[in-house]
Design a protein around this ligand. Sequence first.
Ligand code: 9MR
Length: 361
Amino acid sequence: MMGLTKISVLSKLIIPMALLGISCEKQNNNGIEEAPVISTVETTLQKEMPFKMGAAVNVSLLKNNTNYRNLVVKEFNSITAENAMKFASVHPSKDTYTWSEADYLVDFAITNGKRIHGHTLNWYKSLPDWVTKFQGTTAEWENLLKTHIQTVVSHFKGKVVSWDVVNEAINEDGTFRNSIWVQKLGVDYIGRAFQYAHEADPGALLFYNDYGHEFGPTKRTAIINLVNNLKGQGIPINGIGLQMHTRVTQTDSNLAAAISTAAATGLLVHISEIDIALNPDNNQSLTYTTDLGVQQAAKYKAVVKAYNAIPKAQQFGITQWNVTDGDSWIPSNYSRPDWPLPFDAQYRRKPAYQGILDGVK
Ligand code: 9MR
């Protein structure tokens, strides 16, 4: 009787446990029934991958959407602020700093044992009007740059472990972007931005972050030259961020060249903003298909495989830009349907998720 009772209990347990990826052992070698043994726990990116896995997080969703928050807590061990640390967010007028959103994110990360990566101290976008309209001498612009960087870095000192110090300073043709910073201060401001950040927190890891390394050698070479020049001048730069806002039609060889060329600098390499668009041609009537999902999985796998091949000591991690297809910046930014991330809008894992896991097998 005992045995029968046990078997019927086990049979009830088998299906739900199998769904959870938990296996049951019914008998030992002597044919004696045993209690179910939990042999595996649920797979997550942060547990399976040999380097940090991150996401760019929207603070409002983190506060208000439980599914979103739970997915972030479960899957990732590194967090980037999607917008909460940008100039306009933290420094909306000359003498006002607003920390509440960014502080919330930093507290969330620390409470949940996640690394927090700062994004970004200097960019040509997301500047408040008071900066774009600022009238001042070169010295006053320099002071504006330095004060902003040092106030932000000091505020988060000891909590934010790394910063994208300068973001997107290079054009597609390899020239320097004629940003407001270059117009006011000249291209050498880039090195000084790193020095200012380093003075404020000598322990922080400092990155140059840009997109388009995978477009081809022109932009890639210009970025690598910039970074190597900074290194050569003794500027405190620790890493290079490859945003990798890419598309399913990009070749594996271009993606691999982007990663290996960055690694050849000897610096840390962060794939800092990855998403893989399925609809780069803005087809308004495109729908997500199994086939597109499979192609996307193969592309994520190719990126992860190339990243896994660089020296371990240089693997700062892979960060996806946003959490699910439902909150990705791409559909709203380009006014098109798209599904660029490893999770769908219902918080479910897509084939791309398995592609990421397969990249390190
Ligand atoms: O995803 C971000 C979007 O919500 C903002 O409106 C936009 C402007 O601040 O920036 C987006 O994030 C960008 C990142 O900061 C830098 N690399 C490109 C990202 C996508 O545009």
